[in-house]
Design a protein around this ligand. Sequence first.
Ligand code: UD1
Ligand code: UDP
Length: 365
Amino acid sequence: MKKILCIVGTRPEAIKMAPVILALKADPAFECVVLATAQHRELLDQVLGLFNITPDYDLDAMEPNQTLPKLTAKLTIALDECLAEIKPDVVLAQGDTTTVMVSALAAFYRKIPYGHIEAGLRTHDLQNPFPEEMNRIVAGHLARWHFAPTTSTRDNLLAEGISDEKITVSGNTVIDALYDVAAKPDAPKPDIPAGKRLVLVTAHRRENFGAPFENICRAIRAIADEYPDTHIFYPVHPNPNIKSVVDKLLGDHPQITLSEPLDYLPFVGAMKSAYFILSDSGGVQEEAPALGKPVLVLRNETERPEAIDHGSVKLVGTDFDVILKEARRLLDDPEAYEAMAIGVSPYGDGKAAGRIVDVLRTEVV
Ligand code: UD1
Ligand code: UDP
């Protein structure tokens, strides 16, 4: 039996690794060991609980407002010690967080083959998203297996000289998780006044901290002021750089509900109930198109061009006027709205985890 170590650190990694962890645990060819760095604490625990995953190791790394160098240094040493103890045959980690970059590095130092899930996403701009573009380049170049969600992410890897036989176009495991959770009955819906159009908001990107994020908040407020038939529902990321600004700029508006981060099940319920979504999240850009919900992306660049090409996602950046103009288009123009509210799933078909496990069964067992 081959020992596969699955490492997760933050909320989106847990959502996207859960289908792989559950598939490995169901397969007698593998022993699946789960390590949580707990770069996130409450956000991570919410997701692991929903999928009934209990980590075998927990590094409890989160500290309030922790710096990236401190987190990186701490995780590098702790993960190396864990690898020495666990002695896995393979390490798997998903995405582009600090946890993922350090997982790939720690595996490299111990000469343990590393599989990168959600490989090949690129903006080709190291500052956007920061530090994720660097994290995924480093993880990618240390990987033995690249599980690319789409053909264009595979092309990005080929262009960087990664050989084709190391790449599998698997689809994104987020769609496995989404379909699984969306099929559960009775996802709670946000408690907002009846008859209002729900605008769902999420935001957390480091490159938006400061003035760009203040612009985003002012635009959200302007939407609420201009459209009395809307209600903004905003589960706020606990990062203090976000939360303090949101509370100050949006805390007192009768048409804006700020909430704690939602568990994944009610968050999927909120996406389903939304008229449209304003977000800088990577995962939401992948999920919302599959649910037929338009997304205005609060970023200047995205590594996920596929849904933009399909017309269901639009990049609007962080400029007050542009955000407001694009929100007005969706709220005022039914044709423009219908053109974006198409159900498409360019990131996956819900079967990505099975493809990943198949590759490992063929090549490792
Ligand atoms: C991290 C990832 C980002 C990912 C995002 C998903 C890095 C550098 N950033 O950003 O790529 O898109 O997670 O949400 O890897 N906090 C809590 N409770 C939690 C989680 C966070 O209080 O459960 C607060 C803490 O003060 C913590 C801060 O948020 O120090 C920042 O957390 P961190 O993981 O460093 O960055 P994120 O902005 O969450
Ligand atoms: N999400 C959630 N609860 C929330 C907000 C988001 O469960 O209150 C989910 C969302 O559906 C997506 C993931 O968290 O799957 C995205 O996480 P985040 O935006 O924090 O990170 P990113 O995807 O940008 O790395």
